[in-house]
Design a protein around this ligand. Structure first.
Ligand SMILES: NC(=O)c1ccc[n+]([C@@H]2O[C@H](COP(=O)([O-])OP(=O)(O)OC[C@H]3O[C@@H](n4cnc5c(N)ncnc54)[C@H](OP(=O)(O)O)[C@@H]3O)[C@@H](O)[C@H]2O)c1
Length: 254
């Protein structure tokens, strides 16, 4: 058995010497909670225009925008309805957001519209003001956050333009497209926790773009203690002939 030390397994999947053994990944309640905190925080930050008020404070400027939309008027689309996507979607609904989700196979979730596969993507994007990406990195999802996707996001939303939040993997996004779309008004803002190259190089224009919020790939870390406990439990299960948990499908790549 191969143990991935995180929720993702993309670092293992590309390895040509990968042995033909089960691969299990970490699914940790604490990590899931932290990711949902991140997603809710950044959706609220965009909803309540916190970056703008930070800037106003620096300039000692008192300007109250009284026409801020309510969370229920903002449509959040969660890409990836796995362990992390489902929890984030549920907590965003608690905050009042109008949430929908998109996955590979059809999934049902209470109180939320769901879309799946290639045919579900365009209608999903068309009703999305804030796009939250919690997809795994696979051969199919690589580069999925690109201009073609951004151009299909809703343009009639209450936030004045589509916003993206990527906390999945950096290789899901095409950074030149994100920057160009921000400059062309196709996107209004982006929160990025992950990057094509990490650490984000000091000369990346993402650092200083006024519409980009950068965090250093720390939206959700797994604690070493939890990982150790999970591995010990999986070893015990394996030795007792019990089923392993959180087994990766090598054909799907996640
Ligand atoms: N930034 C960080 O600190 C951090 C921390 C932890 C995890 N992550 C990332 O978050 C990812 C998701 O974690 P998870 O535990 O939620 O994974 P998961 O439980 O395996 O869920 C993955 C979800 O993505 C969907 N999906 C996969 N390929 C797709 C495709 N081609 N089209 C549409 N949907 C697709 C799956 O669809 P189905 O439901 O049909 O299977 C599933 O809903 C991880 O792989 C990791 O890369 C990042």
């Amino acid at each position: 058995v191969l143990f991935s030390l995180g929720a993702g397994v993309d670092h293992l999947m590309g390895d040509p010497k990968l042995p033909n053994v089960p691969i299990v990944r970490v699914v940790d309640e604490d990590l899931t909670n932290r990711m949902s905190e991140y997603v809710v925080l950044h959706c609220l930050m965009h909803l309540r225009q916190q970056r703008r008020y930070d800037e106003q404070q620096r300039r000692r400027e008192w300007f109250d925008d009284r026409f801020q939309p309510a969370a229920r008027e903002v449509r959040v689309g969660v890409m990836g309805l796995g362990v992390l996507g489902q929890d984030a979607a549920r907590k965003l609904r608690v905050m009042g957001f109008d949430v929908a989700g998109w996955s590979r196979s059809p999934r049902r979730a209470e109180g939320m519209e769901t879309f799946s596969g290639g045919e579900g993507l365009t209608p999903f994007l068309a009703r999305t003001d804030i796009l939250v990406c919690l997809l795994p990195l696979t051969e199919i999802t690589r580069g999925i956050l690109n201009r073609s996707i951004f151009e299909r996001l809703a343009r009639d939303g209450r936030l004045g333009g589509p916003i993206i939040i990527n906390a999945g993997r950096g290789a899901l996004q095409v950074e030149t497209d994100i920057l160009a779309c921000l400059d062309e008004g196709i996107l209004k803002a982006a929160t990025l926790d992950v990057f094509e190259k990490e650490p984000l190089p000091p000369d990346s224009p993402l650092w200083s773009h006024p519409a980009v919020t950068v965090t250093p790939h720390n939206s959700a870390m797994s604690s070493p203690d939890t990982i150790a406990e999970q591995i010990a439990d999986q070893v015990r299960r394996f030795e007792c002939g019990e089923e392993l948990r959180n087994v990766v499908d090598p054909r799907a790549g996640y």
